[in-house]
Design a binder for this molecule. Sequence first.
Ligand SMILES: [Zn+2]
Length: 217
Amino acid sequence: MARANHRSNNRRNGAGRTGPAGTGIVRTGVDKEAIQQAVVTILRAIGESPEREGLVETPRRIADMYEELFRGMHEDPTELLTTGFEEEKHKEMVIVKDIPFASLCEHHLMPFHGAAHVGYIPQGRIVGISKIARVVETLARRPQVQERLTSQIADLLMDGLRARGAAVIIEATHLCMTIRGVKKPGSRVVTSATRGIFRENPSTRAEFLSLVKPSGR
Ligand SMILES: [Zn+2]
């Protein structure tokens, strides 16, 4: 019970990065204390001594890193689109190309990273370009699979902006494919999702593809 109280107190005051001593609960909702203990367990399990000089700070570093990499778990990307503005005149395609992102695959918790190309056709409502990039980042900062990340971005644009259509292409390299298992360095995975008019109208889709086509490759 005491622990539950600590959590709610910490939520309420909302200040500072760390919770009350010993709880390890932070505002981001990531339990860093539990992550540190888990890393110590893994180090022991592989035959290492977590007390060794080079490893002493490793559990803390990994906890800090996971807090950053999984920040999107506790953020709602739909909020990013509420800052959109009404713009009746612009009904043409908007494309944001080459949005860099990094995520962790949920099967191995290993990084996959690359670029997202995002397009939509507004229907009276547009959003700042930087918000599109933040949508990608927020959804990437969770345990993910590339296919789901791709559709989630497209669905969010459709719902959040009431767009006429949305299209997303993601190209990424998966470390779990390039350094282990099938070991195919350099291979990239390409996924795409189309919604609304991009799905219904082949020429709209073709326009999008021609505009995001990588230059000079
Ligand atoms: Zn994987």
